[in-house]
Design a protein around this ligand. Structure first.
Ligand SMILES: Cc1ncc(COP(=O)(O)O)c(C=O)c1O
Length: 354
């Protein structure tokens, strides 16, 4: 499917019929930001029962036709920004099984952009292997590195190499900067609208995994801009240094600031009612324990395939704190089954023993 229309300064600069109605530009006619329609669908919420506990699920399995999960909503703003800057190549960094790197490569390709991946090791798991082989297929090159410092050095080298003859765009880690976060701010606003109109339950809390923090930050900012007081519970899945409460709040504010700066008539709302839940970290990014394996099994019995790095932990926290009041769990992973494709030899070192 070809990509949808591009907007720059509210001028359509490419492609077929506008689907602008689904974006923030619809809400605020004065807003002027780059945006590209990658096919992100309106939010879908299903009711589910996990071991007798009723939970609403914000289902991102098919968030867009080419690849689901929580990244496409960020990429509709980020990749538009890349194109607006004349980018030819994208540099994306992440862990071996990064959903963000894969989504960037898939949607970048649709826009004619080449993705160079810089990856760091992650505990081995069939889902991670499936992701890694897909990343190898979709990217023009993949650089395995030994960890975050080596990855930063690799990115610096790559940027300077690509500047000869190409225009690289460095995609923020996890797709989380002010522009990427705006994709999830829209989801928060839609949820708040639904609660106000009575078409959605008054949720006590929304549970979402926190990696690079843009998803939780966007939800928080959007809910508060829309006047909802629902608690946002961010379930931390990465190292404490990287994912602090302060970072979520800073990013939520930055996203609203970004909208203001580009013409949206909004004030910064009070960004309270956010809680970082650290009890499901399991000692490391991508690590699991018996509790998480049990949650994954419970979800599978209810027809939901969780990944061990993000959604297994987010749903675990949601079920642990279940009180019977309405809650929303955000299912942020693509819904296609894992594939058992062979891994390129040079990438095996990225999979570490648990
Ligand atoms: C499946 C999944 N869920 C949740 C997240 C966390 O989103 P964020 O990085 O915006 O905190 C990620 C990020 O990589 C993800 O891949």
């Amino acid at each position: 499917m070809p990509p949808g229309p591009f907007y720059r300064n509210r001028q359509r600069v490419g492609w077929k019929l506008p689907k602008i109605m689904a974006s923030l530009l619809e809400r605020w006619p004065s807003l002027s930001v780059p945006y590209v329609d990658l096919g992100a669908r309106p939010v879908r919420v299903f009711s589910a029962r996990f071991d007798g506990r009723q939970v609403d699920v914000l289902d991102e399995r098919e968030a867009a036709p080419d690849y689901g999960g929580n990244k496409v909503r960020k990429l509709e703003y980020l990749l538009a920004e890349a194109v607006a800057r004349g980018a030819t190549d994208l540099i994306a960094t992440g862990a071996a099984g990064s959903h963000h790197v894969l989504a960037t490569a898939i949607y970048g390709k649709r826009l004619g952009l080449k993705t160079h991946a810089v990856l760091i090791p992650q505990p081995d798991h069939p889902h991670v292997r499936s992701q890694l082989s897909a990343i190898a297929r979709e990217c023009v090159e993949v650089y395995p590195t030994s960890g975050p410092i080596a990855a930063a050095a690799q990115v610096a080298w790559l940027l300077s190499r690509l500047r000869f003859g190409a225009t690289p765009y460095l995609v923020p880690v996890g797709g989380s900067n002010a522009a990427g976060t705006a994709g999830w701010l829209k989801v928060g606003l839609d949820l708040a609208d639904g609660m106000k109109a009575g078409t959605r339950p008054q949720y006590r809390a929304v549970y979402v995994a926190v990696g690079s923090a843009g998803t939780a930050a966007g939800l928080l900012a959007g809910l508060r801009l829309g006047g909802a007081t629902t608690e946002v519970v961010g379930v931390r899945v990465v190292e404490p240094f990287f994912s602090r409460k302060k970072r979520v709040l800073r990013m939520a504010k930055a996203s609203v600031d970004w909208l203001r700066k580009h013409g949206a008539p909004v004030e910064i709302p009070a960004l309270d009612g956010f809680r970082l839940q650290v009890g499901w970290y399991a000692g490391g990014y991508g690590r699991t324990d018996e509790r998480i394996r049990q949650v994954i099994k419970t979800a599978a019995n209810a027809g939901w395939a969780l990944d061990p790095t993000y959604t297994g932990k987010a749903l675990g926290a949601c079920l642990e704190e279940h009180t019977g009041e309405p809650v929303l769990y955000v299912h942020t992973v693509d819904g296609r089954p894992d594939r058992d494709d062979p891994l390129p030899e040079g990438l095996r070192a990225l999979l570490i023993d648990k």
